[in-house]
Design a protein around this ligand. Structure first.
Ligand code: NDP
Ligand code: 8X3
Length: 251
């Protein structure tokens, strides 16, 4: 397999599981994140299975995004698949109590970061008239829940960008689709609750949440469809979850 997959947020959770699965399938990997020691460990772990190139940048920094992507060596510069995964919730507060820093983080990372990375990668896909962008949205981009306000807004923006990208890139033959998970047990809640382990654990207590590997498996399914098939928008929840606020803890 000589296709190259570019995964943002590969140091943890869904991005890491995606990197691991695609390494097994021998895709070349460009793995991105800010925590260098985790990137180095991933390269050690996956380097025996496939070619791995690491990029350390903050998706909020548009200059760093462009220069990281410009720095790709020839062997990794031809990206076939972009997984726009980097993102998090920061805080879970009412709109009247929310912090401006948390709002900036969510909108800058989840929305603007996704745009900066896509913008830097698109020219080559356009010139080849081939490529696949997978935007990791969320059920939070399909509905709103109490105290979800700005995180939900950021993921609704991803939903809109996913639709808009698909329209604008249609003439260039590029596949664009979103995978929108419900509750997945990752470091997501540790970040959201700012290191409050008990609160983070509680988010996944009493039912079987999705695992990051479940989402990686779906991403792999999406990219391995024949090229004329584009999974445009996919929602996946744990069986115990029916909506953001309805979770059956008695299964
Ligand atoms: P994790 O916290 O486990 O992983 C988040 C990843 O994003 C990390 O690799 C982190 O890397 C990266 N990241 C965060 N901020 C930045 C930044 N400023 N610049 C570059 N990279 C960044 O969470 P998940 O795996 O759960 O989340 C991945 C995606 O899935 C997110 O978009 C999230 O919104 C979405 N999602 C998650 C769900 C869940 O229940 N877990 C459900 C639905 C969607 P590093 O810190 O090294 O930079
Ligand atoms: C993550 C799922 O329900 O915490 O996007 O918003 S949720």
């Amino acid at each position: 397999m000589n296709q190259t997959v570019f995964v943002t947020g590969a140091t943890s959770g869904i991005g890491k599981a995606t990197a691991e699965l695609f390494a097994k399938h021998k895709y070349n990997l460009v793995l991105c994140g800010r925590r260098q020691e985790r990137l180095d460990l991933l390269k050690q772990e996956l380097g025996a299975q496939t070619n791995v190139h690491l990029l350390n940048f903050d998706v909020r920094d548009k200059v760093a995004v462009q220069s990281a992507i410009d720095s790709l060596p020839e062997a990794f510069a031809d990206i076939s698949i972009l997984v726009n995964n980097a993102g998090n919730a920061h805080g879970m507060d009412t709109i009247q109590e929310g912090s401006l820093e948390d709002w900036d983080a969510m909108l800058d990372i989840n929305v603007k970061g996704l745009l900066y990375v896509s913008k830097a990668i698109l020219p080559k896909m356009i010139s080849k008239k081939e490529g696949h962008i997978i935007n990791i949205g969320s059920t939070a981009g399909k509905e709103v829940y109490p105290k979800g306000n700005v995180y939900c807004a950021s993921k609704h923006a991803v939903d809109a960008i996913n639709q808009g990208m698909r329209m604008d890139l249609n003439e260039h033959g590029i596949r664009v689709g979103a995978v929108n998970p419900g509750l997945v047990e990752t470091e997501f809640s540790n970040v959201r609750f700012k290191g409050d382990e008990a609160r983070a654990k509680n988010a996944y207590k009493g039912y079987q949440a999705l695992k990051p590997e479940d989402i990686a498996d779906i991403i792999h399914f999406v990219v391995t469809r024949p090229y004329h098939v584009n999974i445009a928008d996919l929602v996946v929840m744990p069986t115990a979850q029916a909506s953001s606020t309805l979770i059956n803890k008695n299964l």
